[in-house]
Design a protein. Structure first.
Length: 256
């Protein structure tokens, strides 16, 4: 494994200035916890397990915006994958390296991508929603996909019943975690998630919805009820009950 370059203090500050979490502090009134998503487990009906199920076993994987590397570690373990992570926040990138992962500090650019080789899968777990132009990022990674390779992403479902109910009450309140994460710049429905990938030059292979058992709206339910009820509701009405939309797409045949 090649050592990742250590950012200089000036570079560290420049990357931190572009961190979406910095912009969220002006909305929340405080800086969000950078490790707020670190409690995730690999569960078949939640985003980590669904993303993993869309990654080919034994794949070479690029995890764009890998954060502290927890999801990367889960996928590399459960899918026997060789994984490279990219993370703009130097402190989170260091945590990923401490977990034994290969993590490059910085934003993904054509120049950096050219040094990494090609991949069987490129994943964006809760990343594209933080970008002003997610389609540009998807187009950027196209040349790095091996033939038959896939791009997998998780996106916040703005059509979830909890968001609809809040809007009916005249609220659009941002939160530190979840669908209304204050660092999100984009939200999606199943239709617009599919359109994003189609407009970026990909062919849609499949979509799924996560249960979101951890959401605050379900705290009144016992763990047993959450475990059994929520996946059934997602199955009955994905648009209404999916917390996140998980997309798997690939390059069309004879893609340039």
């Amino acid at each position: 494994m090649k050592p990742s370059p250590t950012p200089t203090p000036a570079a560290d500050r420049a990357l931190s200035d572009l961190d979406p979490d910095r912009s969220a502090s002006g909305i929340l009134g405080h800086a969000p916890d950078p490790g707020r998503y670190d409690g995730q487990r690999y569960e078949a009906d939640e985003s980590t397990g669904l993303v993993g199920s869309f990654v080919p076993d034994g794949a070479r994987v690029l995890d764009v915006g890998c954060g502290s590397g927890l999801v990367s570690l889960l996928i590399s373990t459960h899918r026997h994958a060789t994984l490279v992570g990219i993370e703009p926040n130097a402190r989170r990138a260091a945590l990923g390296r401490a977990r034994g992962l290969e993590v490059r500090t910085g934003f993904l650019t054509p120049e950096l991508l050219a040094t990494l080789g090609s991949f069987d899968a490129i994943i964006f777990t809760d990343v594209l929603a933080h970008l002003a132009d997610p389609a540009a990022m998807l187009r950027l990674v196209r040349p790095a996909l091996n033939p038959g390779g896939v791009v997998v992403a998780s996106l916040p479902n703005v059509a979830h019943w909890s968001v609809r109910a809040s809007l009916l009450l005249g609220r659009f309140d941002h939160t530190e975690i979840g669908i209304m994460d204050a660092a999100h710049l984009r939200w999606f429905t199943f239709k617009t998630a599919g359109a994003l990938f189609a407009h970026s030059g990909f062919t849609l292979h499949g979509m799924a919805g996560s249960a979101g058992r951890w959401m605050a709206e379900y705290r009144a339910l016992s763990p047993r009820w959450r475990r059994h009820l929520l996946p059934r509701l997602v199955h009955l009405s994905p648009a209404l009950f999916s917390c996140q939309i998980i997309v798997r797409a690939g390059l069309p045949r004879h893609a340039p």
